[in-house]
Design a binder for this molecule. Structure first.
Ligand SMILES: [Zn+2]
Length: 261
C-alpha cells in the first residue's frame, strides 16, 4: 500500500503510510476468496501450516535485530525483543494462535541496519532466516527510511509456484522504533505494528483494502465495510460506509488506527 500517495497537510515525523505492505495482487485476492469459500484444496497460495479450524496454530519465531554502531546497548536489547514477542503473543492468543520464541539475535551492522535501503538486504535476510514456511522470522532494523518503506512490512503468503525463493525471502522487517517503548516523532510505540504486520503474514488484508463500501472488503465476513483510513488516531464513531452495517473497524489491528488507541 505504500504506493498510495497521501496528502496530509502537515509534515509528519511518522511515515504517511506506516505499513509498507504492497496492495495484494489480484491473484492473492482470488486465492483469499477461494479460501473463504472452500478452505480446502485448489488454492494457489503457499500454505504455511496444515491443520483444521479447531486446531491451535503454533508458530515458531526467530527475531533478528540489526543496530547501527552508534546505537546504545539498550537499543533492541534482548529484553526489548522479548517484550515485543509478548505483545505479539498476547494479541493473537484469543484466536488460538500461539507463538514460540526460538531465539533472538542482535547484530551490529551499519549496512544491514538500513533494511530495505541497503542493496544487500534480501541476501542478508535470506542468509539469516531460519525454519520453514510455517516459521515466522521478524527483523528489526534501526536505520530504514520509513518514508519509503513504512514502519514495517511482512510478506503475504506467496504463490507456491515461486519455489524456494518464496521461503527464502519470507518474513517481516520493521523499524526499530515500533517495538514497545520505541520512540519516533515524539510518539511512544506499543508494539502493535508488529501485530498488524504479522496479520499480513497470515494473509489478512487491510480492513480498508478496496477503499469503497461495496466491494469484498478484506474478505472477512464480520469486518464492517470501511472506505477510508487515518493514521494513528482514534476516530471513535467514524462510519465511512453509512449504508452498510457497523461502524468503521478502527480497533481492528488491520486498520491503520492501530497505535492511536
Ligand atoms: Zn498493513
Amino acid at each position: 500500500m505504500f504506493i498510495l500517495s497521501l496528502l496530509i497537510g502537515t509534515a509528519l515525523a511518522v511515515p504517511s503510510n506506516w505499513c509498507g505492505n504492497k496492495a495484494p495482487t489480484s491473484e492473492h485476492r482470488e486465492a483469499i476468496q477461494a479460501l473463504r469459500v472452500a478452505e480446502t484444496a485448489g488454492i494457489s497460495l503457499h500454505r504455511r501450516q496444515s491443520g483444521n479450524s479447531s486446531s491451535t496454530i503454533n508458530v515458531p519465531v526467530y527475531i533478528t535485530a540489526v543496530v547501527n554502531t552508534t546505537d546504545s546497548e539498550e537499543m533492541l536489547s534482548e529484553t526489548v525483543l522479548k517484550s515485543q514477542f509478548d505483545v505479539l503473543s498476547d494479541r493473537f492468543a484469543p484466536y488460538n494462535i500461539t507463538f514460540t520464541l526460538k531465539s533472538t539475535n542482535r547484530m551490529i551492522d551499519d549496512d544491514n541496519s538500513k533494511g530495505f535501503d541497503y542493496y544487500g538486504w534480501n541476501s542478508f535476510k535470506a542468509a539469516q532466516r531460519k525454519g520453514d514456511y510455517g516459521t515466522l522470522n521478524l527483523f528489526y532494523v534501526t536505520n530504514m527510511d520509513d518514508q519509503t518503506w513504512g514502519s514495517g512490512s511482512c510478506t503475504l503468503p506467496g504463490d507456491a509456484s515461486g519455489g524456494p525463493l518464496v521461503t527464502m525471502l519470507d518474513g517481516c522487517t520493521m523499524n526499530a522504533y515500533t517495538v514497545p517503548g520505541g520512540v519516533s516523532g515524539g510518539k511512544t510505540y506499543k508494539g502493535e505494528i508488529t501485530v498488524h504486520e504479522v496479520g499480513h503474514w497470515f494473509s489478512l488484508l487491510h480492513t480498508f483494502d478496496g477503499d469503497n463500501c461495496t466491494g469484498p472488503g478484506d474478505y472477512i465476513d464480520d469486518t464492517p465495510q470501511e472506505a477510508t483510513w487515518e493514521l494513528n488516531v482514534c476516530p471513535i464513531g467514524r462510519d465511512s460506509c453509512p449504508d452498510q452495517p457497523g461502524l468503521d473497524p478502527i480497533t481492528n489491528y488491520m486498520d491503520y488506527a492501530g497505535e492511536g488507541w
